[in-house]
Ligand binder design. Structure first.
Ligand code: PEP
Ligand code: MG
Length: 526
């Protein structure tokens, strides 16, 4: 067989994978929001489907279960609910939110009823709310065969998340970005990925390789030699130490090491005692559709699961950072607004997440982080939402707690004015967006990787100024720079004492920290 052909690309996530190529179609544009006419039809179709599902459930069920199901079917057939949701659709609300908003009002009424029997009905209504919601939003993305090498111009984060990576596989992009969200996900799940390979010729099913260590695509690999002697594979790093992420730099200073998490199941393979907890959970990667955004119970279960895993350690959940390069299909505002601006413009989304977080907070050491904050009033406005939702939960007798509320520092205007953010309980530096907005280059743009390297001195100067402005408030860094051991000394010198990194980078950052003094200088004998 001829020697394999190596194409030079750029590494976006280390590791090596081989498998049959899956050639992706170019990405389709996000669906535009439905018109109000199709909104009515879509809702009544979803209700009909839910009724059919319930009828199937009722067939052959015991009398008690079929009574409950019959009651649910009667509720779904009640035109009052459809009319109320229809009025919200006419007023411009998205269908899923119109449905959830209507049903939530009904559930609240039942929960506050004086009669036990009425209160007990609330859970049945919650069930049908979620059943119709699942039909409305349950359009799974086209998946690709497990174990394949995904080949395409780009990849959507939701496609990455929907895929089962347990059988291995990798990603080879013609274009793409090393600091884009798919690269972040690939790094945190240890999926080999290269970008910038240019359009290369391969066929669906042809066996190819991705070498994320050297940044190459290998064509013409044979199925038989899938563990490639062809790849220069560096020794894998040793397992992290069970030090609870509580480290001492060479001069004895205390440094904390946490992890960044994107989807809840990522923590399953991480030993909790190797971390100080979760410094950043990007909730937008676990809440990937409008249906999820409208689904308080699903979100509650996700946050609760992370808190259970953390066993008392901090779990910092960032509110949905949707918009911009992280669109949410069907949400028109996501093309012009991002992060907290979008959440404040669409408070019904923020309120559902706030309730799920408030309820989860009683199960552990939760911290809520706000994305893309620019002004102190952003934090004040969101705090007001939390206070209002807390009062509402209290009125309904639902156990909850308002945990600390902090913010990402990822917009230069906020970093420069950090001493004005009295109402934020803690700060975390997002160097990915900070670098982007400092050099005025789109994060997914081809030139950004280059600009990002050249922006490092400016980012570091801004960080060390902001550290001083933060005063005594807890401060960490969760941007990609924290996961790069060649930057650890600079970040320590800037005054950072808490690093939140991609799980795969724990060993590398741990060994960088212990070999340095807290001012970033090398330990004696290093
Ligand atoms: C950042 O901007 O550095 C950050 C951590 O947020 P994200 O990468 O999700 O935008
Ligand atoms: Mg960011």
């Amino acid at each position: 067989m001829a020697a394999p052909l190596r194409l030079k690309a750029t590494s976006a996530s280390p590791g090596v994978a081989t498998g049959p190529a899956f050639i992706a179609e170019p990405l389709a544009a996000a669906a535009s929001p439905p018109s109000s006419l199709s909104g009515h039809t879509e809702l009544s179709d979803a209700i009909k489907t839910a009724i059919r599902e319930l009828q199937n459930l009722a067939t052959g069920a015991d009398p008690e279960s079929s009574d409950i199901v019959e009651f649910q079917i009667e509720v779904l057939q009640d035109p009052t609910l459809t009319d109320m949701a229809g009025a919200r659709i006419d007023a411009g609300e998205n269908i899923a939110f119109a449905w959830v908003g209507t049903l939530d009002g009904y559930i609240r009424e039942l929960e506050c009823s004086e009669e036990d029997q009425m209160r007990a009905r609330a859970v049945d209504i919650l069930d049908i709310k979620n059943r119709v919601l699942a039909v409305l939003t349950g359009t799974p993305l086209d998946d690709f065969p497990a174990g394949s090498i995904y080949v395409g111009k780009d990849m959507e984060p939701s496609r990455f998340l929907a895929h089962d990576w347990s059988a291995g596989g990798g990603i080879a992009l013609y274009a793409g970005s090393a600091v884009g969200h798919v690269a972040l996900l690939a790094k945190s799940r240890s999926i080999p990925m290269v970008i910038g390979a240019g359009q290369f010729a391969t066929e669906r099913g042809q066996h190819i390789g991705v070498d994320g260590d050297s940044g190459t695509v290998i064509l013409q690999t044979s199925k038989g030699n899938a563990t490639p002697a062809q790849f220069d594979h560096p020794a894998t790093s040793s397992a992290p130490a069970p030090d609870n992420g509580n480290l001492r730099a060479a001069d004895g200073s205390q440094i904390l090491l946490s992890i960044n998490v994107n989807a809840p199941d990522e923590v399953d393979s991480i030993i909790v005692t190797t971390t100080a907890g979760i410094g950043l959970m990007r909730s937008e990667f676990a809440v990937t559709s409008l249906g999820d955004a409208a689904n308080e119970e699903k979100q509650f279960a996700i946050y609760r699961r992370l808190l259970d895993w953390a066993d008392g350690r901090a779990v910092t959940v960032r509110m949905l950072d949707i918009g911009g390069d992280k669109p949410l299909a069907g949400l028109a505002e996501a093309s012009s607004l991002r992060g907290i601006r979008l959440l404040l413009a669409r408070p019904e989304i923020a309120r559902i997440q706030a309730r799920a977080l408030l309820r989860a907070a009683i199960f552990g050491n939760l911290r809520i982080m706000l994305p893309m904050v620019t002004f102190p009033s952003d934090v004040d406005d969101m705090r007001r939402i939390y206070r209002e939702e807390s009062s509402e939960l209290a009125r309904r007798g639902v156990p909850h707690r308002i945990p600390p509320i902090g913010m990402m520092v990822e917009i230069p205007a906020a970093a420069l004015m950090l001493d004005h953010f009295e109402s934020a309980d803690f700060f975390s530096f997002g160097t990915n967006d900070l670098a982007q907005y400092l050099v005025a280059s789109a994060r997914e743009g081809a030139d950004f990787a280059l600009y990002q390297v050249r922006a490092v001195p400016a980012v570091l100067r801004l960080l060390s100024q902001a550290v001083k402005l933060a005063g005594s408030k807890p401060l960490s860094i969760c941007g990609d720079m924290a996961s790069d051991p060649s930057r650890t000394a600079d970040l320590l010198a800037a005054g950072i004492r808490h690093f939140s990194v991609a799980p795969a980078r724990l060993p590398a950052i741990r060994s960088a920290i212990v070999g340095l003094n807290a001012d970033g200088t090398k330990a004696a004998g290093e």
